[in-house]
Design a protein around this ligand. Structure first.
Ligand SMILES: [Zn+2]
Length: 423
């Protein structure tokens, strides 16, 4: 038993913001109330001055195992996730081999149970090998534990295939997550097309590359009634499509990454830590995303944690792989960029890390008796400096290395156990 005392319990699901204690019994919440007594030898966690929130869920990360263990493993990735306050992470299937079958899904689930610091919820491939041809073993993977399907790294190749994937996933209750881009427009680009790509002389990717595919997918969601989730959305054009779909009561949701609400294409320099896909967007797009985060049009903040070992990033900009680390800076960027600036209330930020992503997966997340004992405890004023060298991740590819923050995860509790505590 673990008794969390003196904290400010902030739960968007139950609209709670009060000084309450939370008693955990095994992997469940036993009781929530004022001045709970420590009895039956419960261990006490003093959360004075800290916020106690439901456990954060990350809908989008890459743990690289199997096949990419030079960059990350389930063990190192989930340790990094725990440091970031995440209690559950959804890992994309673009490993080597691709997670497109039940036995691989099962091996990820088993490996995570053995060495994972936090819960790992795998996402299965939509098509075999994510090649965009035949459907993957979606139903068998669902029995093995996947929570969604995606060909992330690339879009579901054609509208026809997307229709099949959606028709297959709808009765199974699985959301289809798409990495939206039009390959013919994307071709060869390394950053967002615009005045800054011209200035740097780097090949650009137009914003329309993303929004065209978002439009296509929403048409398919209308046709099939499927649950569609847009991954790492980065443009105002895409957001306009999602808003229209929501107005029309389609089951369409979307996520935004911390780097897309923090940085713009004006920040890009000849440093491969600024190379990610989708690329950093224009200031107009970034401001539109922040408005969408504030007004509820965007459902979740997802990290797209994409580790690449230093040697692979230490090459010319156009040869480097796309992607940046995300777990350990996500909450601090949200607090600094969105809450401290007055753009979002703190409750809304927490919703984007908890209730929001849970809803995308068809789950509930709340601090109430009987619920899972997964909690994220954080400070809104602890000052610290992020150093990639201190990270349990095997990779160092973050544009935020050396940045100082106010606000940090202080403890991560999964299934009633403290899996990370900031000292
Ligand atoms: Zn992607």
């Amino acid at each position: 038993m673990l008794l969390i005392k003196n904290g400010r319990v902030l739960d968007p699901a139950t609209k709670t913001d009060a000084a309450l204690d939370v008693l955990l019994d095994g992997d469940r919440i036993a009781q929530v109330g004022a001045n709970l007594e420590s009895s039956n030898g419960a261990e006490v966690f003093d959360a004075k001055g800290l916020v106690v929130a439901p456990g954060f869920i990350d809908l989008h990360c890459h743990l690289r195992e199997p096949g990419g263990e030079m960059s990350e493993t389930i063990e190192t990735g989930t340790k990094s996730a725990a440091r970031g306050g995440f209690t559950a992470v959804c890992c994309m299937p673009n490993t080597q081999p691709v997670n497109d079958n039940a036995s691989l899904t099962r091996s990820i689930v088993d490996r995570a149970a053995a060495v994972g610091a936090v819960r790992v919820w795998p996402i299965g491939a939509a098509s075999a090998g994510s090649k965009g041809e035949a459907l993957a073993e979606i139903s068998a993977m669902k029995s093995a534990g996947i929570v969604a399907v995606s060909d992330d790294g690339k879009p579901v190749a054609t509208a026809r295939l997307m229709r099949q994937v959606m028709d297959y996933c709808t009765p199974l209750g699985l959301p289809v997550i798409d990495h939206c881009e039009d390959p013919s427009l994307f071709a060869g680009g390394v950053m967002r097309e615009g005045p800054n790509s011209l200035k740097l002389g780097l090949p650009g990717i137009p914003a329309a590359s993303e929004s065209i595919c978002v439009g296509r997918d929403i048409e398919m969601a209308l046709l099939t009634g499927a649950r569609l989730h847009i991954a790492h959305m980065s443009t105002a054009g895409s957001l306009a499509y999602v808003r229209a779909a929501k107005r029309n009561k389609l089951r369409v949701t979307c996520e935004v990454t911390p780097h897309h609400f923090t940085l713009t294409d004006e920040d890009v320099r000849y440093d491969t830590h600024y190379k990610m896909n989708p690329p950093l967007a224009s200031r107009t797009d970034r401001d539109a995303l922040i408005a969408g985060l504030a007004d509820g049009s965007i459902d979740a903040i997802a990290t797209d944690h994409a580790p690449h070992h230093p040697a692979s990033k230490d090459v010319e900009f156009d040869r480097a792989p796309f992607g940046v680390l995300g777990f350990e800076t996500a909450l601090a960027l949200g607090l600094t960029e969105l809450v401290d600036t007055g753009k979002l209330p703190l409750t809304r930020l927490i919703e984007l890390f908890t209730t929001g992503p849970a809803r995308v997966l068809g789950l509930e997340r709340k601090i109430a008796a009987g619920g899972p004992a997964d909690l994220t405890i954080f400070s809104t004023d602890h000052t610290w400096t992020y150093r990639t060298a201190d990270s349990p991740s095997k990779s160092r590819n973050s544009p935020f290395d050396g940045r100082s923050f106010r606000g940090a995860p202080m403890a991560t509790i999964v299934g009633g156990k403290v899996v990370y505590r900031r000292t």
